[in-house]
Design a protein around this ligand. Structure first.
Ligand code: ADP
Ligand code: ZN
Length: 733
């Protein structure tokens, strides 16, 4: 909207009003006045007053709607000197906000996750060679001039270091005018990757797969390819070809990885292929690095980013390809503030901007698999392991027939194989997806169970730290010696195993072996990276780990993988449980047999006939997928139907329940959409908040967003401690 106003001198000046998205849960952009002489356009990153504060915002599309008296509007305080968010990026953010039913400002905030990066980086002082020659040449001076003659600008100390002389030699030359001082932009966070640095010779199936993929990628238009093939078949090598092609075309590349902080080996592998590392993006980055990466992504200095899900919201200068590695991984789902699945949103980003997206997995999600079968995605299949790496031989251990000794959890069959592997100087991995020592502690005398005071969950014993702990809210206390209920001393029993308890059992059987427990509560990311490297070098005999060990690591000497409790993930009633368990167990057993050595994977189970065990042992995943897909189709579950989950929580159970009922009453009647609940949510109490859940189920083509919006708008007001969380496409249901 443009207002004409007459200034002091009687001249007519224009007063421009623009919408600005601020990083708040506001339903829409707010209007601001553009001060005289300030140039802004849609996408400009600005600073605006909001209440008593100044906040960062983005000039958005559309016109001011005129609802606020223009005299009351505030002025934009400042425009940052950085590239504006491009039109396709703004369209993407709008799309995500609409799809996830989230205030657009909260989504835009994800694109601006670099607190002070919006102003240009300060220039650095550097030296550059002039035409002036020194009065007298010495060998030290000669070396400095030779080092500087590549035309680049050097810092004083950098040049001295490169020439192997003291800085005073450089200073002498500068004083004689041989060097001039210039100001230049700071160096890039990573060197530019070279697409032809070390291209591998692809073999057989890989060649065909790469040709297929390149056909899609070189078109440079939107398409989704789904590369599937067992661990070690060369999927990474094949998608590196797509990256090389995109770099040659002068575009940027984003690689999404589920646990980027742990994948140092991936970065090195990338460097071996492209001569430089990709820039990393994840929550563990130091703030300064984070700012640099953000800025250099927006200016195009950074060509390739390898990042966690949040990297999807980086405002690239010219993005041309997204790879989603391990596309099935639950870590791609964010369940906090903005509830989104980065895999699905990557596809949307490619569609809006018109570039190819590549999904990669040894065990694709049922959704992606169906999309491949119906031709929405281009399936690309890699059938065999590369080179002489043989698949591990896989078998089940029927725990009903091979029970562990009293108080233990490892069957004699598995223990025997562990002994054999380490006897040959190889390594064994025992996998149990449970941190701590024991998931439940109870009193043998009165039956009291230790429960979290704020959550509906048991307290897990962590013996290494002498604590019992809640895995949902972090509550902890010292492991008690007496029962708080009946007061009896020394009659508390630990029930069930965690990794610490397995370690204890292993040490009893193999006291000489070097064992390592890998669990996120025992070490930070840095220490974990070091431990993983040590294991790869062979500095451990037996590794006991949670799902941390499942991801992409390459342990050449690992020839035995034992799954301590293959049934663990199947116990809950979630319809996705079988799929998840299949994916996790495939990934873990894939840690064995990365080289020519013969290897073995053993699954301890009480249900050897279960389809998941059968699929893993037979190596026939097709039958498993077919069964899963049929079941989903029959129940009209995703991707054959749609779901939304609404969690209503409050400090009082009554408030939560009655609010949930109120929402249900407010639901419009729509053909093809039904509501289940309210029922207590799977975790009925977390951090002292009682939780109820409504599950909305719709046909494939139902407008779930419109439905839930109508429901929330027509429902009771959220007062007091009540909060409503909406999750479109929930992970578990
Ligand atoms: P995946 O991603 O399917 O697990 P990778 O791409 O990691 O498989 O390949 C497995 C191993 O085989 C890696 O160590 C990789 O370097 C090697 N490899 C795969 N293809 C080739 C090739 N064409 N030439 C050389 N090494 C290869
Ligand atoms: Zn708790």
């Amino acid at each position: 909207m443009t207002l004409d106003s007459t200034d002091l001198f009687g001249a007519v000046s224009e007063r421009r009003i623009v919408p600005v998205l601020v990083p708040m849960p506001a339903p829409k952009a707010y209007s601001y006045v553009v001060p005289h002489g300030m140039a802004v356009e849609p996408g400009s990153i600005v600073q605006v007053p909001l209440g008593p504060r100044l906040v960062v915002g983005v000039v958005w599309d559309g016109a001011d709607d005129g609802t606020v008296d223009p005299k009351k509007l505030k002025q934009i305080a400042k425009v940052f000197d950085c590239p504006p968010l491009a039109g396709d990026m703004r369209a993407f953010l709008d799309w995500v906000a609409a799809y996830t039913v989230t205030p657009p400002g909260l989504v835009a905030r994800m694109a601006l996750r670099a607190p002070t990066a919006f102003d240009p980086e300060p220039m650095v002082e550097a030296l550059r060679l002039t035409d002036q020659r020194p009065e007298r040449i010495t060998s030290a001076r000669e070396r400095v001039i030779a080092a500087a003659s590549d035309g680049f600008s050097w810092t004083r100390s950098g040049l001295a270091h490169a020439a192997g002389v003291s800085s005073s030699v450089v200073d002498g030359l500068t004083a004689q005018g041989v060097f001039e001082t210039v100001f230049m932009p700071p160096p890039p966070v990573v060197a530019p990757p070279d697409p032809d640095f070390a291209a591998p010779r692809l073999e057989g199936a890989q060649k065909a797969a790469a040709a297929d993929l390149l056909a899609a990628v070189e078109e440079g238009t939107f398409s989704v390819s789904l590369i599937d093939g067992i661990t070690g078949s060369g999927k990474t090598e094949v998608y590196f070809e797509a990256i090389a092609a995109t770099l040659r075309a002068g575009k940027q590349v984003l690689i999404l990885l589920p646990e980027i902080a742990l994948t140092a080996s991936f970065l090195e592998r990338f460097q071996d292929r492209f001569g430089a590392k990709p820039a990393e993006w994840h929550s563990d980055l130091a703030p300064r690095t984070r700012e640099k990466v953000w800025r250099q992504v927006t200016t195009g200095q950074v060509r390739v980013v390898a990042g966690a899900r949040s990297a999807l919201f980086l405002p690239f200068e010219d993005l041309g390809l997204i790879i989603v590695d391990e596309e099935h991984d639950p870590a791609y789902k964010q369940e906090d503030r903005v509830f989104y699945n980065a895999r699905d949103m990557a596809v949307v980003r490619g569609r809006i901007s018109g570039f190819p997206v590549v999904l990669v997995s040894a065990t694709p999600s049922v959704e992606s698999r169906v999309n491949g079968e119906v031709g929405r995605y281009r399936p690309i299949h890699l059938p065999t392991r590369f080179g002489d790496a043989a698949l591990p031989h896989l078998g089940v251990v029927d725990m009903r027939r091979h029970p562990p000794e009293r108080g233990g959890f490892l069957s004699p069959v598995l223990l025997n194989q562990v002994g054999k592997a380490i006897g040959r100087g190889e390594q064994a991995l025992l996998f149990l997806n449970r941190r701590g020592y024991a998931p439940l502690t109870l009193c043998r005398v009165c039956g009291h169970r230790f429960q979290c005071p704020d959550c509906s969950s048991w307290l897990v014993e962590h013996r290494f730290r002498g604590q019992i702990q809640c895995h949902h809210c972090g509550y902890s206390e010292r492991t008690p010696e007496a029962c708080p209920e009946c007061g009896t001393l020394d009659h508390l029993v630990a029930c069930g195993p965690g990794v610490e308890r397995i370690a204890e059992e292993v040490e009893r059987h193999f006291p000489e072996a070097r064992t390592i427990v890998l669990s996120s509560d025992l070490m930070g990311v840095k220490r974990l990276r070091l431990e993983l490297e040590a294991i790869a070098r062979g500095e451990a005999d037996i590794v006991i780990g949670t799902q941390l060990v499942a991801k992409g690591h390459n342990f050449p000497m690992m020839t035995l993988v034992g799954i301590v409790d293959a049934d663990l993930g199947l116990a809950n009633g979630d319809p996705r449980a079988a799929e998840r368990t299949f994916q996790l167990l495939s990934q873990v057993t894939g840690r064995a047999g990365r080289t020519g050595l013969k290897s073995l994977g053993l699954l301890q189970t009480y249900q050897p006939q279960h389809p998941v065990m059968q699929a893993i042992v037979s190596g026939d995943s097709d039958a498993f997928y077919e069964r899963e897909i049929n079941e989903r189709e029959r129940a009209a579950l995703p991707p054959f139907g749609r779901l939304a989950s609404i969690i209503i929580s409050a400090e009082s159970r009554n408030d939560a329940e009655s609010h949930a009922r109120g929402l249900r009453m407010a639901a419009p009647r729509v053909d093809g959409i039904s509501i289940l609940g309210p029922a207590e949510a799977p975790l009925a109490l977390i951090r002292g908040r009682h939780r109820f859940r409504l599950l909305v189920h719709g046909r494939r083509n139902s407008d779930m967003q419109a439905f839930v919006k109508a429901m929330i708008a027509g429902g009771p007001k959220e007062r007091g401690s009540i909060s409503v969380q909406l999750d479109i496409d929930p992970q578990s249901f």
